[in-house]
Design a binder for this molecule. Structure first.
Ligand code: AHR
Length: 516
């Protein structure tokens, strides 16, 4: 009897342990009744500022460099970003944008003035990468340019001239100047930012004052050289500054604005950001909590926008987001260079799921920043290039670009640490123009495999395949010596039966499933 009791107890313990290792109550259910919308490809946009080695050394090495280049832009970078399907690129800042005078960056390179980059390390900016270099590079990348105009230290005339220079096809002082500088046809730039972080580095303004200034700048960006598709984006709120959104929405009439920005970085503490690689589970947890807060931010900013714009004509543009840690030891503190680990893959995957699921209002977003700065998709050193875990998430998720959102309900187990908990599983789903369904799933749990039951509600599928991004440790990353440490692999953890899918998501992993 005693022996039998021991067997039963051992069996119960084994059951409990296996239930802990893999829990079964996660569900993802397609909501076939709900309205559908397109996931704008611009949600997958990027950001390139004149900051550290993002432009110089990152994108641009100059046409006399030994590093293979096209008009000075690295060929390896162009190929990688094209493969990732970069849809748009924001430039030249950030804080730099409100100090940037675009006429410094046109004409013969040896005649361009050298200035001091006061925001980022007080380094000399020789202006060798300017408007033509950027806009031609965007054409090479197949990405739409997003120009950030200078409101903080610029003038209405200066920004109006830039629009005319880039967009006007007829005869005018600015189109003549453009043609003298070697470009006949206008680039027809659609996306224009009207200042950046006007509440901070863009001028420390109050929202009432900025709203008036915005109206003035935007008015002259919409003049006789307008192209009909110009898309003006107001400098938006800092994270949960809901009053900023309220004041702008109330005071800027709808005919003057197409988008309103929002910036949110996942930072543990602005005074103690922690190391990008050598972090604890508590730091990981805090980063993820701050990343998942994006959902609340979007809901609350959108609710304010809904009051003034119920038809959702104005887009919420999250044009700066990502993880921000201490700079790598021995690097210039003003250059914001940080490594990129599986933590960043979790952050990217979970955030992109949030954007997809809110794609009715969020129609553009820009990860900060593309190369060598903050949460980069690419790191460069001399002639070598590393693709980060974040790159691979962006590349895996590009199947959602311009696909139709499939609204879903997600019920997730908790990922707990001490007394705190977060939803372990997040997901988003879409159907592309060929009728192929994709579901992206993220398990942020640092320890447990999560079993997910996916109910497609009558969808009829014949095959399932998938890709997985995972690694042994959360702190793992791709280095210049081990660039292929983390890469997507084929995913074998999903099975399809009667249109219900069972998925086993390893701890801290990203999976993208394809259903046909
Ligand atoms: O991305 C780095 C900086 O963060 C940007 O220049 C600024 O807009 C933000 O504060």
């Amino acid at each position: 009897m005693k022996k039998q009791y021991h067997y039963i107890r051992a069996g119960v313990i084994a059951l409990l342990l296996s239930a802990q290792a893999t829990q079964a109550q996660n569900t993802v259910t397609f909501r076939s009744d709900a309205p559908t919308q397109t996931i704008n490809r611009n949600i997958y946009g990027h950001f390139a500022e004149h900051l550290g080695n993002c432009i110089y050394g990152g994108f641009y090495v100059g046409d006399t460099s030994h590093i293979p280049n096209t008009n000075g832009v690295r060929k390896d970078v162009i190929a990688a970003l094209r493969k990732m399907k970069i849809p748009n690129l924001r430039w030249p800042g950030g804080c730099f944008a409100d100090t940037y005078h675009w006429k410094d960056g046109i004409g013969p390179k040896d005649k361009r003035p050298a200035i001091v980059n006061t925001w980022w390390g007080n380094v000399t900016e020789n202006n060798s990468f300017g408007t033509h270099d950027f806009l031609n590079m965007c054409e090479e990348l197949g990405a739409e340019p997003y120009l950030s105009g200078n409101v903080g230290s610029g003038t209405v005339q200066e920004l109006a001239d830039w629009v005319q220079y880039a967009n006007f096809g007829g005869k005018s002082p600015m189109s003549d100047l453009r043609q003298q500088n070697g470009r006949q046809e206008p680039w027809k730039v659609r996306f224009w930012g009207v200042g950046n972080e006007a509440w901070g580095c863009g001028g420390n303004m109050r929202p009432e004052y900025y709203a008036d200034l915005y109206r003035k700048f935007a008015t002259f960006m919409h003049s006789e050289w307008k192209n009909d598709h110009i898309f003006r984006i107001a400098s938006g709120a800092n994270s949960s500054d809901y009053n900023w959104t309220e004041v702008l929405m109330k005071n800027i009439s709808s005919g003057l604005i197409e988008g309103i920005a929002l910036h949110h970085y996942s930072v543990i503490d602005w005074n103690r950001k922690g190391d990008a690689v050598d972090f604890t589970e508590q730091q990981y947890f805090t980063t993820m909590r701050n990343a998942l807060f994006m959902d609340t931010l979007i809901r609350k900013h959108s609710a304010i926008m809904d009051k003034y714009d119920p038809k959702k004509k104005i887009a919420l543009v999250v044009d700066e987001w990502g993880g921000w840690y201490n700079v790598e030891g021995g690097t210039n503190p003003g250059f914001l260079f940080q490594q990129n680990t599986m933590r960043d893959a979790m952050l990217a995957g979970a955030t992109l799921n949030i954007f997809n699921n809110h794609s009715d209002r969020v129609r553009m977003a820009n990860l900060a920043q593309a190369i060598n700065v903050l949460q980069s998709v690419i790191l460069t050193k001399g002639d070598t290039m590393v693709l980060t875990p974040t790159y691979y998430v962006m590349e895996m998720y590009n199947v959602h670009q311009d696909a139709t959102l499939i609204p879903i309900d997600v019920h997730s187990n908790d990922y707990t640490l001490g007394n705190e908990k977060l939803a372990a599983v997040s997901a988003s789903a879409s159907k592309d123009k060929n009728g192929v369904t994709h579901i992206s799933l993220v398990n942020i749990d640092a320890h447990k495999t999560q079993e997910v039951t996916l109910d497609t509600r009558g969808g009829s599928y014949k095959s399932i395949s998938g890709r997985l991004l995972a690694s042994a440790k959360l702190q793992d990353y791709n280095s210049f010596t081990k660039p292929d440490n983390i890469k997507p692999t084929d995913f074998k953890g999903a099975s399809l039966k009667n249109n219900t899918i069972s998925v086993k998501l390893p701890p801290f992993s990203v999976v993208v499933l394809e259903l046909r």
